[in-house]
Write a protein that binds this ligand. Structure first.
Ligand SMILES: [Zn+2]
Length: 182
């Protein structure tokens, strides 16, 4: 990863192939590394998905990447990001899974800090407009407004993540439901 991060910025604007990337960094999973550079370090890497002039195995670093650790692709500072994650208890605010937990398919949950009202719609970088989302919900939130299906585990996580007043209201509701007849 380090070698890649040193080498690539010396080739800004040039088309590189996945074979080259593998050679330089000795990486097996170059697709994952590229995703990390984009998501965790804010690098703008072009691919065939966004650029018609590129082939599926070709990539291009569009411009000088941001300094590591200072800003992320979402544009908020590392400090603010850490504050949001701490406030949200490292839990996805939609599905309730925690960072490092596993999805049903065994892949690991990573958290992102999301703008509730998008920047493009005038949303601010205030804490009140930021929340943690796992990468799946983050992608879902962008592509549609349909909430993810609620499994028991997800519901429990939501309750665990709620404030005491809400938890008490849920508790009262359940007590009433199960012992209401007594
Ligand atoms: Zn989620």
């Amino acid at each position: 990863m380090t070698r890649l991060m040193e080498w690539w910025p010396t080739h800004i604007g040039k088309v590189v192939t996945s074979e080259q990337l593998r050679e330089i960094a000795g990486i097996q999973e170059h697709a994952r590394r590229i995703r990390e550079l984009r998501q965790n370090y804010g690098w703008e890497i072009d691919s065939y998905r966004s650029h018609e002039d590129l082939k599926p195995n070709e990539y291009r670093l569009a411009k000088q990447p941001p300094k590591a650790g200072v800003r992320f692709s979402s544009g908020i500072s590392a400090k603010l990001r850490a504050q949001v994650i701490a406030r949200n208890g490292s839990i996805c605010q939609l599905c309730g899974l925690a960072a490092g937990e596993l999805y049903e398919d065994g892949s690991r949950v990573t958290l992102h800090v999301d703008h509730i009202q998008p920047r493009s719609a005038g949303g601010s970088d205030e804490m009140s407009n930021l929340r943690t989302l796992c990468h799946r919900c983050n992608e879902g939130a962008k592509s549609s407004l349909t909430p993810p299906p609620q499994t028991l585990r997800q519901l429990k996580a939501l309750v665990r993540n709620a404030n005491r007043e809400t938890q008490k209201a849920i508790y009262d509701f359940l007590v009433h439901k199960f012992e209401g007849g007594k």
